[in-house]
Design a binder for this molecule. Structure first.
Ligand code: PRP
Length: 176
């Protein structure tokens, strides 16, 4: 275990079970729909890889970037969003796949962008939700786990670029 990793909040078995439940629910809800999964780089990649393999319907995958501070091509409110130039969403059903919702600003902005791109529907699926940190009125449609306001890493989430590959979600030690 890396020295800066503290308590394991969600272990591998719990992640696998919950991801399976989410995939089952999504597969039921989107049966017969033209579904596009839109994953938010970089944190969502591990969750996406597991979730999409548990879906029982065909779904396309696209990737977008979102940043509060960095450079981007499209600005939506406070958040800069980069969409693939060839992204074709008109009339299609979009499910945004995200690792964590914190203030809610990223997903609120991204959902607006994707609706503006002509999607028939836009919903969101977040592995982790920190409701105590919310700054805008945003609620994800599918949530894996509600967690307390602690800095967590693993299963896609990083601290200064590290720990995305840990197979569990753990709390970063406060002195890290
Ligand atoms: C994290 C996370 C969400 C966003 C959530 O991304 O992946 O995209 O922050 O925060 P919010 O609800 O306050 O908007 P981060 O900027 O850490 O990038 P990363 O996914 O590349 O690690």
């Amino acid at each position: 275990m890396p020295a800066d990793i503290g308590e394991v909040l969600i272990d591998e078995a719990a992640l696998a079970e919950r991801v399976g439940q989410l995939a089952q629910q999504i597969s039921t809800d989107y049966q017969g729909c033209d579904l596009v999964l839109v994953a938010v780089l970089k944190g969502a990649v591990v969750f996406l890889a597991d979730l999409m393999r548990r879906l029982t319907l065909p779904a396309e995958v696209e990737f977008v970037s979102a940043s509060s501070y960095g450079a981007g091509t499209t600005s939506c409110g406070d958040v800069r969003i980069s969409l693939p130039p060839d992204l074709a969403l008109a009339g299609r059903h979009v499910l945004v796949v995200e690792d964590i919702v914190d203030t809610g600003r990223t997903l609120q902005a991204l959902v607006s962008c994707l609706r503006a791109a002509g999607a028939a529907s836009v919903r969101t699926c977040c592995l982790l939700d920190k409701p105590s940190r919310r700054e805008v009125d945003f609620r994800a449609d599918y949530v894996g786990f509600e967690i307390p306001d602690q800095f967590v890493v693993g299963y896609g989430l990083d601290f200064a670029g590290k720990h995305r590959g840990l197979p569990f979600v753990a709390v970063l030690r406060p002195d890290a």
